[in-house]
Each structure stands twice: as C-alpha cells, then as structure tokens.
Design a protein around this ligand. Sequence first.
Ligand code: SF4
Ligand code: SF4
Length: 482
Amino acid sequence: MTVKHFDLASDIDHCSMCATCTYVCPVFRRTRMEGHTARGHIHLIDAFLLRPGGVVNTDGTIAVSDAPKITREFEDMLDCCLRCYKCLDVCPSGISTVNIFEDGRAEIARRRLLPKLSDTITSLILASRTRLHVAARLGWLGQMLLSLFWRPKHVSRGDESLGSARRGADVRGRSAFKSPADDAFWFAGDIAVPKIAPRFFLGSDFARARAPRRKKALVAATNAGAVSGASLEEMRDSIVRRERRQRVGYLVDCMTDTLYPAVAEATVKVLEAAGCEVVIPEDAGCCGAPLLGTGDSAGFARMAKATRDLFMSLDCDYIIASNSTCAKTMKFVYPERLGDGFNEFSERVRMDFEVMTLNLDKLRIEKLDELIGWHDPCHQRYAYGVYREPRELLRMCAHYNERAGENECCGFGGTFCVDFPKMAQGMAADKAAFLRDNPEKEIATTCPACLYYLNQFSANEGAGRRAVHLSEIVLRSISERA
Ligand code: SF4
Ligand code: SF4
C-alpha cells in the first residue's frame, strides 16, 4: 500500500509569506525564530530537500551554501514543532502545513544511512499491542524496583473534597483501574512521568467481556458479502441486533490502555448507559500516528490497514477513540494519505463524546453541582475540528464557564516534550499558572497526553488542580440514575 505524499514543491510555491501562521505558533511565541514557524519550516524544506543549497546559521537565519547537506540544525528546526495544527487552521492559502512537515521528516529518514534509534524503538514497540504491553510491563517493573531504593516523590492531588474524581469510576460497579486523577507520579530529576497502571485495560476481565465474538464477526462478514453460508439464525441475530442497539467499536489507544485505564472504563460505561453495544477488539494495535511522525510511512500504512480491516469486520455503526490524535488520524489522515479505500471506515469514526451526544435522550444526565473547566487538546480542536460539542456536553454535566486561554497548548506535543524539554515545561508551567488563576479545581479534556502534562505541571506548580477525561465527568453526572 502506498502512502500519498504531498506535492511539496507545489504547496510551498503557494505560500504567500503572509505570516498569519507566525502569530498563532506557540513555539515562535517563545523563541521568536523564523525557522520555527510554519513559514520557516516549509522554506527550510524547500531549501534543504527540494533545492539543496540552504544552511541554518546558529542564530536561526538561513543562508545559501555551496555544500548543502542535511544538518543537525536543520533537523532541530524541523523537529521543534508541536504538530498542533494551529498554523494549518489559519493558513489563508490552505497549505497543508503539518502534512508537509511529516513528509519532510519522511524524506530525511529516507536519506539517512542509519535510522534514528528512538524512531526504531518507537516502530518496534508500537508494531503490536503485545509488544507495547511487554514494554509497559517492563517499565512498570522498573518503577517498582527503583522504588525499593529511591523513594519517589508522589504528588498530592490536594484536597480530596475537590470534585469527586473517583466517584465516576465507582458507579455501576467499583473500578480497579487507575484514573488520571489518582496520585501516581514518578519523578526522575525534574521530569515526572505517570506511573504505569498495574492493570492494563486491554486484557482485563472488563475489556474481555466486550470482546467481539467469533459469530458476530462471521455474521458481519456475511452481511458484507465477503463470506457465504451463514445460517439463517445468525443472519436473524444480526438483524435483531441492528434494530436494537448501536454497535460501537472502541479503539483503546496505547496511553489510555496502559496509563489511564479508568478513562476507557468510564467511556464504555457511559456508552452502555446510552444503550450502545460496545465491542473492544483486544488485538487492535496502534492507529499508526506516531510512525507517521517519525517518517516511517510504510509502518503507518501497515497499521492503518490492519486497523481498518479489523474494525470493518466487526460491523460497527461507529468506531470511536477517546484520544483525539487517534480519532483525527483514523478519520482524516487515513483517507488523505491512503486513498478512497479508507472512506467507508473513516466515515464511521467519531470521538467518544460525539456518540454520547447522539444518545443524550437515553443518558438522563443530572447536572453536577461542581464548577469544572475545559482544556482543548490541539488535535481535537484544530485537526479533528470540533470545538463546541464537548463544551456543550460538559455544560450539561456540570457548571462550566468558557475562558480565554482554554486553547493554549499544554506543551506535550508527542516527541516535542522529550526533544525540547525546557520549552515544553515552560509551556506547561504557563498553562498551570493559567489554571491556578481560575477557580475551577478540575479541568476536563479529551486527550490522555494532555491529562498527563496538565496533571504533572499542575502538581509541580502547586496549582492544586487536576485534569480528568470528559468521559469521567459524564459518568459522574449519570451516576446511579440512568
Ligand atoms: S499562513 Fe500559510 S501562506 Fe501565510 S506564511 Fe504561513 S504557510 Fe505561508
Ligand atoms: S504545528 Fe503548531 S508548533 Fe508547529 S509550526 Fe504549526 S503552529 Fe507552530
């Protein structure tokens, strides 16, 4: 399967140098370096990859060299980007900025003699859910062993009377899963990483009980005309089921699975309270987004095809994710990069809260007497393009006042927070200060990476705030009534 690459030369030629992208770029606002803007990135790509001859000076200016080559400075400039899509959202020329950056990285990877070690490790671990679980389990063991010799600095989430973060997990049966609101942070120097969950979501009894059964897959395949010979009884089952409930396939992303399984549990509980049948294929892998980011186009295509084939075999009305990065990748990037064969799949993709919103009449939400804030994950707002719906759902579930600054990036940005930790931490600290200045003690969002970063820095900065997933808030609001 071939991955469509953008016509770099043509797209770059359409850049009018208007600088609209400059004003919205969170990185440029910190560094004031032209090479960090979308305009700078695409002209660097032009100079280095299309018309070799460019070179980046140490002060960030670009000059022409007689001996062009891909330099560390060029790569650093290109890597110093949150992939937040804000530039793509505002570009009046409709330039597909982030996609151009990804293609630039893919081209650099292609020209490299040896692949980058971190990219190779990412590709290896994400190639299957089993490998991810093995790696995460080893990480968990490492954390446990280290705790024997070195006392980790656990961060207090502060006053337990803040909201009722665990109550959502308690309704409809107690939860054994770890929530983003739990005290579970591990410190290595100044860097805090979330403690890996002792129990992953996939593989748990809760998830297994929702695994698609063989018969359903057979019926689905028969309905799709792929297999003949299903019995009348099987076909009747399928028709009855279709009339009765919406069938929702749930791609549980890697972070939610291994770090915040209570989020996945809350999502399932809400959708089931809304009358949906949720199916969770345990052999679903990664959506492939991280591989596209590292320039591994072939790996991305392989994962996208596997994800599409698996979920299409389940005959779902909707395919959901509770991570906005996975949702935007499956809905928009698959057909854009891999062609029309993904259209039918992508049309069924939704964010989890969209399916909740479609079934509000069955949820019987009762508004919590709590003031809860909101954080826009960049990929939800600027890449998936949804702004109002999650706010409206939050407003139904709790008291919510929209505030300027909700759309400021948390600073995570995938590998950005690893490659440029000081800048990422500065952004996160600013966000934590913003949260501290507002009265809301809990902040709802829809991205596990934002949950990690918001909670880490809210704790570090003494902001006394905690981030929770929107599904957890919705679950609390329907507790014991629906
Ligand atoms: S907003 Fe678009 S057209 Fe304007 S400088 Fe940026 S990339 Fe070029
Ligand atoms: S994706 Fe975000 S960080 Fe990267 S250039 Fe665009 S606005 Fe700047």
